[in-house]
Design a protein around this ligand. Structure first.
Ligand code: PLP
Length: 387
């Protein structure tokens, strides 16, 4: 029997990081000492209180039944209280919150609820590849690129974006891969654009807590009118170093939450109850709008690594600013990114070529600061020899 993939599979490129993982494995098999600054997966362990909570909650036999598709009521209440503490935004835990098995899942499934075949979806470029691929193309939608240019601070120029007939827009700040950040004024313009063009906004705020130098990332829901047009995605993955535990949440417009929940009730049954209980404790650990000490320490560690790496790049003759958030460095590599990546690979340093995040990512490299400072210093020494 001949087994054919559906046409839509042919329209998505291979998942970038799966390809990079293969390269790393192959190099390691050949005995190379590889320093991977490629994948955005924290090397810092989850805080001890999270590990304790996981042990406790997973051992509780009551936590092994199906969850509610929308998520456990206690977890949704914790999300609502966290929004109040962190952003000063009131959300209704019954109708404006849904638990997710990682925000990637939510970003993909929200499109399934609202994007019809042929619908235009505004996606930033460069960007986390899920918006164009897992979300839009896998729903037979048409991604319409909003270029993120260095001269605009890697923000879309909304005066130039043609929102006519677009159904949905994805945006992500603090931004992966560029490390760019925004303020409430920009988010106000986004909401205005959404209202003018009848476009719903999926705002990915996965890095809201990894901020430096006094910057605090805002929520789009702080903007007047945002609840009418937007849904925001948050995750415990980066904040609490829980990428593998798959627990996140979406908050926002009732209809968007209802649609996302409707899809989830058909394709999964919500995150495991014990991860929701742990995430509840994680969110409750905030003191006012500040994360707990262990998270503050992890943020400080990323900041230190950022400073070491950026200083080193500048001493190599690159022009590179310190990002105010995320654990990514987006470097203008003054040439082809694939060629640059393979040059780095020759000295055992793995980083992600910008082209992997879209055509407007060409000419850039993304470095992820998810290695100890000593390894980052070692990577810099190796790079300095060849660049
Ligand atoms: N959004 C962005 C911008 C990301 O970089 C990532 C992961 O790297 C995610 C969402 C997905 O996070 P998770 O599915 O672990 O919540």
């Amino acid at each position: 029997m001949k087994v054919d993939f559906a046409d839509r599979i042919g329209r998505i490129p291979p998942y970038l990081f799966a390809e990079i993982e293969k390269t790393i494995l192959e190099k390691k098999r050949q005995g190379g000492d590889i320093i991977s600054l490629s994948i955005g997966d924290p090397d810092i362990f989850p805080p001890p209180f999270i590990l304790d909570a996981l042990r406790e909650e997973v051992s509780n036999p009551r936590n092994h039944n199906y969850s509610f598709s929308q998520g456990e009521p206690d977890f949704r209440q914790a999300v609502s209280s966290w929004y109040e503490k962190r952003f000063g935004v009131e959300v209704n835990p019954q109708s404006e919150v849904v638990a997710l098995i990682g925000s990637k899942e939510g970003l993909a499934n929200v499109a399934r609820a609202f994007v019809n075949p042929g619908d235009r979806v505004l996606v930033p470029d460069p960007a986390y590849p899920v918006y164009a691929n897992g979300s839009t193309i896998l729903c037979d939608g048409v991604p319409v690129v909003m270029p993120l240019l260095e001269r605009d601070g890697f923000k879309p120029d909304l005066d130039k974006v043609n929102g006519n007939g677009a159904k949905m827009m994805f945006l992500n700040y603090p931004n992966n891969p560029t490390g760019a950040t925004v303020d409430k004024t920009f988010l106000g313009r986004v909401v205005e654009f959404a209202e003018e063009n009848d476009v719903t906004v999926c705002y990915d705020n996965a890095y809201s807590e990894i901020c430096f130098d006094g910057y605090r990332a805002p929520s789009i829901l702080e903007v007047d009118g945002a609840m009418e047009v937007a849904v925001e995605f948050h995750s415990c993955s980066k904040t609490f170093s829980m990428t593998g535990d798959r627990i996140a949440f979406a908050v926002g417009n009732k209809k968007l939450i209802e649609g996302l929940t409707a899809i989830k009730s058909q394709v999964d049954s919500g995150p495991p109850v014990y991860t929701q209980r742990v995430a509840t404790k994680a969110l409750e650990s905030y003191v006012g709008d500040r994360p707990p000490r262990d998270v503050e320490k992890a943020i400080e560690t990323y900041r230190e690594r950022r400073d070491v790496f950026v200083k080193s790049l500048c001493s190599m003759g690159f022009q590179c600013d310190k990002p105010k958030a995320t654990f990514y460095i987006w470097l203008n590599c003054k040439g082809g990114s694939i060629k640059f990546a393979s040059k780095l690979l020759d000295v055992g340093v793995v980083a992600t070529p910008g082209i992997g995040f879209g055509n407007y990512g060409e000419g850039y490299m993304r470095f992820s600061l998810t290695q100890p400072k000593e390894r980052i210093e070692e990577a810099c020494e190796r790079m300095a020899k060849i660049l």
